[in-house]
Design a protein around this ligand. Structure first.
Ligand code: DX5
Ligand code: ZN
Length: 229
């Protein structure tokens, strides 16, 4: 994927029907998703448990856009190659997941995948100062990670503005994740974010047998984002 700052909507399959991932992935892509956001959770770094490399490998053939793998795991390094081989296009690690985030990002880049670094709500923007020449994306969490459907944390807006200022003219996207919907997305766009993860705001009210609702939800977020550009 070449760098661009077009608005991207990345539905999180954490909010999808866990008995129909293939159909759900095909449905959100048919209804306008730019990326597919895959939330990997280990029950240690976050209090929830989701997808190992075999699950991500099973998702891969259904993803025709871009598989954005968000690793909420610690330690990260032992699993980077497995998620890369499973077919991730972007691998994002949390700066809080261990003492050597610079080495972790080097390891992600060495797989040939795009590399993202994620900041939890309590982590200052300044912590990425020495990582900006390594990453393709900064993920600013707007909830404490672990679950979908949580309340948006407003301090994420100012953090996005600070990160965008630190990035300067480097080719780095800013992604926001957690509680993003048509109400919250505008302030994030105005602050400098480009890519928006949305789980509950995309999947709510729809189903694999009624995917048109996914399209309506995606278009509502995209319209609110475009209005703020
Ligand atoms: C939370 C995950 C998010 C979450 C988003 O730990 O990283 O991607 O699934 O879900 P919503 O959009 O419902 O907050
Ligand atoms: Zn996520």
């Amino acid at each position: 994927m070449t760098f661009d700052r077009r608005i991207k909507i990345a539905p999180s399959i954490l909010s999808a029907d866990f008995a129909n991932f293939g159909a759900e992935i095909r449905a959100i892509e048919a209804e306008g998703a730019d990326w597919v956001h895959v939330d990997v959770m280990d029950g240690h770094f976050v209090p929830n448990l989701t997808f190992g490399p075999p699950a991500v490998k099973a998702f891969r053939p259904h993803v025709k856009t871009f598989m954005d793998v968000h690793l909420m795991i610690a330690p990260v390094d032992p699993y980077i190659d497995a998620y890369a081989e499973a077919g991730a296009d972007m691998i994002t690690a949390h700066i809080e997941a261990g003492p050597h985030i610079h080495r972790t990002l080097q390891a992600i880049k060495a797989t040939g995948k795009m590399a993202g670094v994620s900041l939890n709500p309590g982590t200052p923007a300044e912590s990425i100062e020495h990582l900006l020449d390594l990453v393709d994306m900064v993920l600013v969490m707007s909830v404490n990670p672990g679950f979908g459907g949580q309340r948006f944390i407003p301090s994420a807006v100012e953090k996005v503005r600070k990160v965008r200022q630190m990035i300067g003219d480097r080719e780095i996207m800013i992604q926001v994740d957690g509680g993003v919907d048509p109400v919250t997305v505008g302030s994030l766009v105005a602050a400098g974010a480009d890519c928006f993860v949305a789980g509950s705001a995309v999947f709510k009210g729809g189903s694999v047998s009624n995917p048109a609702v996914y399209g309506q939800n995606i278009r509502a977020i995209r319209a609110a984002a475009a209005a703020a550009r």
